[in-house]
Design a protein around this ligand. Structure first.
Ligand code: ADP
Ligand code: MG
Length: 345
């Protein structure tokens, strides 16, 4: 949290605070007719599909402020919503942000949080058009709603995959989970319980993946440019296994994924070794990668293999073949969703 000057929220009051946080917001999209300041924002999407997604984030459940700077939290809260819109093959356009804040937080804390939100919005050309502000007795709660749009024929659902379709994934997997493990290990240091500073040298990528994920607008744009419309798509927030099982069950297919083809960064591998964890398990079940998982018809093998930062990791099958991972030594293991659903713990 913020160190140094600390201005109590009470000095501004609710309306003063809202004015302070939303001052200077410039609208970037022609679809935004009116933003903050009235009873509702006004949007206009002639001849487009409108996509709406929402996320609720609770302190202590979804984020830990001991090691998450508020600016990063703002950035990430926005990014995970943009990611959901890209996963529908849409473009995010507007966002609302509702916050419940306890007295522990000062104006400077909220400024940092909004700096992160605004940076994410600026990078993805999203307009912050409203929200709600209230008090809390138990820390910070954040609810973000993102509105996006897509051409009528371009929306991609989870249920469109066919047996024989290729399974593709962007970027690499497991790094955010390793970043989280690293943060948890070093938590004592963040809480000031030891003088020894954590040593993150050589592990910067893992921290960045966990603290500052980037929604894959670039991948959606590359697909559009190549004229490829995926048959099914979703973003990887709960882990590859879990997401693949969603696509398979909604599409009525089975799948085969090849362990050796799962993209994993070098730092992720080093960290898994250090933690004595199975690397493939981390890549399959670690969450919060925010990469895109999608399927394309087999006939597009050539085109899709030329897409930058996209890997073909397997293929869909008939449903009776089930969902399996083909290990390096050629064994078939049934894919199971471990995910990290907090409700299961
Ligand atoms: P209402 O009484 O209708 O809920 P508010 O006084 O809460 O209105 O909000 C006034 C304006 O400020 C509205 O346009 C609302 O969308 C916006 N707003 C309120 N809180 C936030 C926030 N935390 N972030 C961004 N905009 C906000
Ligand atoms: Mg309100």
């Amino acid at each position: 949290m913020h160190e140094g000057i600390r201005t109590e929220i009470a000095t501004l009051g609710e309306f003063g605070l809202i004015k302070h946080l939303t001052e200077g917001i410039q609208l970037q999209n022609p679809e935004t007719k009116y933003g903050v300041g009235d009873d509702a924002a006004v949007l206009e999407f002639p001849d487009r599909q409108v996509l709406v997604t929402t996320d609720l984030l609770m302190e202590g459940v979804h984020f830990d402020l001991v090691y998450t700077p508020l600016k990063h939290l703002g950035y990430k809260s926005a990014m995970v919503n943009f990611s959901d819109i890209y996963a529908m093959n849409g473009r995010p356009k507007q966002m609302t942000v509702s916050i419940a804040v306890s007295k522990r937080f000062c104006i400077e804390d909220l400024d940092e949080f909004y700096d992160g939100l605004k940076l994410a919005c600026q990078r993805h050309q999203v307009d912050l058009v409203g929200g709600d502000t209230t008090s809390s007795v138990t820390g910070l709660a954040i609810s973000i709603t993102c509105i996006g749009s897509a051409d009528k024929e371009q929306v991609v659902y989870r249920n469109g995959a066919k047996p024989t379709d290729l399974i593709c994934v962007s970027g690499d997997l497991g790094a955010a989970y390793m970043g989280l493990q690293l943060m948890e290990r070093e938590k004592a240091v963040f809480q000031g319980e030891t003088e020894v500073q954590p040593d993150f040298a050589g592990k910067e990528y893992l921290l960045e993946r966990f603290l500052k994920p980037e929604a894959r607008r670039d991948v959606v744009e590359r697909l559009a440019k190549a004229g490829i419309r995926p048959t099914a798509m979703m973003d990887v927030s709960d882990g590859l296994s879990s997401e693949l099982l969603h696509i398979c069950s909604q599409s009525g297919t089975g799948c085969r994924v090849y362990e050796e083809r799962i993209p994993i960064d070098y730092q992720t591998a080093v960290m898994a070794e250090e933690f004595n964890m199975n690397l493939s398990t981390c890549a399959l079940n670690g969450g919060e990668d925010y990469e895109l998982l999608f399927t394309v018809p087999l006939a597009l093998r050539e085109q899709v293999s030329q897409l930058e930062d996209v890997k073909v990791i397997g293929h869909m099958t008939a449903p009776d073949l089930g969902c399996a991972l083909i290990t390096r030594d050629g064994n078939e293991l049934e894919l199971k969703a471990q995910g990290w659903n907090p409700l299961k713990e």
